[in-house]
Design a protein around this ligand. Structure first.
Ligand SMILES: NC(=O)c1ccc[n+]([C@@H]2O[C@H](COP(=O)([O-])OP(=O)(O)OC[C@H]3O[C@@H](n4cnc5c(N)ncnc54)[C@H](O)[C@@H]3O)[C@@H](O)[C@H]2O)c1
Length: 380
């Protein structure tokens, strides 16, 4: 008789937060997997979680997170709640013995992010952060080129993610500093800072000079995208709290001499654009994303000298089917790390550094001067 191998039982997954990223990102990505089973959905808004649970055929819903951890005993918790909850919910999940995928930003402070990284390491649990842009084909390809030395030493990088009208709603949690930890810089800046650091080889930041503005949000202007799009009839701007940035910019210096220029906004009289530039000693790269527009097949341009002439190369990336999208690849990588101990693409230690930059840039803006970046020390 030939030996038979039994497939391991599916990972029991709980999703926390039944909002946009859960219903449009994680649950669709989980839907067709056979190695996972979504056993619980948690949201303080019971009506929302019931509707989403029905759509994705999730057997149990909870309004209380601690009760869910106790009763459902998930193997993996996916957290898609307002930013300030990321740290306490991650720590509670790890304490309950679960692995965690927490949405970006990892936390609202570097100290909290470090605590999460420490807890995961101490408990032997896998923790990753939903910075799924690292899985985009052009990013993946560029990372391979940088690591192979094709651009030489990266000494300068620029990131720019600007939206024309993209303030998330009128009075949503995204614009409340206590819940979000920051505005455009925490919400969309986190993706770009993370990509730049990863592509630059994770240098250690030493200082940042930052500025922030809030020119549109406080006037309930340039609303769009998500949340509640327009002030309700009769509402004044005072009804919608906005105490975060709608534009943030800065210059980060690293211990290897490299510099990163940061340019992020939710709203402004400027074209919507997404740019990432890397300048190396042997070549350069430029990524043009069309944020929230149709993706281009040639998002990456490479600059080299070839036979003595300045040369530009445009690698082509055919559109990926949804089944190979970045949210699916993110899960594949995580589940393989849980089951087989394979490396994560997005490690907690890397994102502690990203969080420190986001936090310090805001602190620099508040103080009106450059600040040194002090990274929290790992506990182990
Ligand atoms: N990776 C990405 O590209 C991406 C995209 C969008 C959002 N996000 C992140 O996902 C997170 C959620 O964003 P969203 O757009 O889904 O927001 P959302 O407002 O649509 O959903 C958040 C949900 O969390 C629920 N919630 C609030 N407090 C809770 C609690 N204590 N316990 C359980 N549920 C609670 C809310 O009721 C809401 O349904 C944020 O951190 C955001 O930055 C990431």
């Amino acid at each position: 008789m030939s030996p038979t191998t039994q497939a391991p039982s599916p990972l029991r997954v709980a999703v926390v937060g039944a909002g946009f990223i859960a219903s449009r990102g994680h649950l669709p990505a989980l839907q067709h997997r056979t190695d996972t089973e979504v056993v619980a959905l948690v949201d303080v808004n019971a009506e929302r979680s019931l509707a989403v649970a029905e759509q994705f055929r999730i057997p149990a819903t909870f309004t209380d997170y601690a009760t869910m951890l106790r009763e459902a005993q998930p193997d993996l918790v996916i957290i898609g709640t307002p930013n300030v909850l990321h740290a306490p919910q991650t720590l509670a999940a790890i304490e309950a013995g679960a692995h965690v995928l927490v949405e970006k930003p990892m936390a609202t402070s570097a100290v909290d992010a470090q605590r999460m990284a420490d807890a995961a390491r101490a408990a032997g649990r896998v923790l990753t952060i939903g910075l799924h842009n690292r899985y985009r084909p052009e990013m993946n390809y560029l990372k391979g080129l940088v690591d192979a030395g094709e651009l030489g030493r990266i000494y300068y990088a620029k990131i720019s993610l600007l939206r024309r009208r993209g303030i998330p709603g009128f009075g949503s949690w995204f614009t409340n500093k206590d819940l979000a930890g920051g505005g455009a810089i925490m919400d969309i800046g986190v993706h770009m800072v993370d990509l730049a650091l990863w592509l630059m080889g994770s240098p250690t930041p030493v200082s940042v000079m930052g500025v922030t503005y809030a020119e549109f949000g406080p006037r309930a202007r340039a609303l769009g995208g998500w949340g509640v799009d327009a002030p309700p009839a009769g509402a004044s701007t005072a009804d919608g709290r906005f105490d975060v940035d709608d534009l943030a910019a800065g210059m980060v210096r690293f211990d290897n001499g490299a510099t990163l220029m940061v340019d992020i906004s939710w709203a402004g009289y400027s074209p919507s654009e997404e740019h990432l530039h890397l300048l190396g000693t042997e070549g350069g790269a430029e990524i043009h994303g069309a944020d929230r527009q149709a993706p281009t097949q040639t998002p990456l341009k490479l600059y080299h000298d070839y036979m003595g002439r300045p040369t530009e190369t445009l690698p082509v990336f055919p559109p990926l089917p949804a089944s190979e999208g970045s949210m699916v690849q993110q899960l594949d990588t995580l589940i393989s790390a849980i089951r087989h101990g394979t490396p994560l693409r997005v490690t907690p230690e890397q994102v502690v550094v990203v969080t420190a930059i986001l936090e310090s840039l805001q602190e620099s803006a508040r103080l009106g001067r450059s600040v040194d970046i002090e990274l929290p020390r790992p506990a182990l």
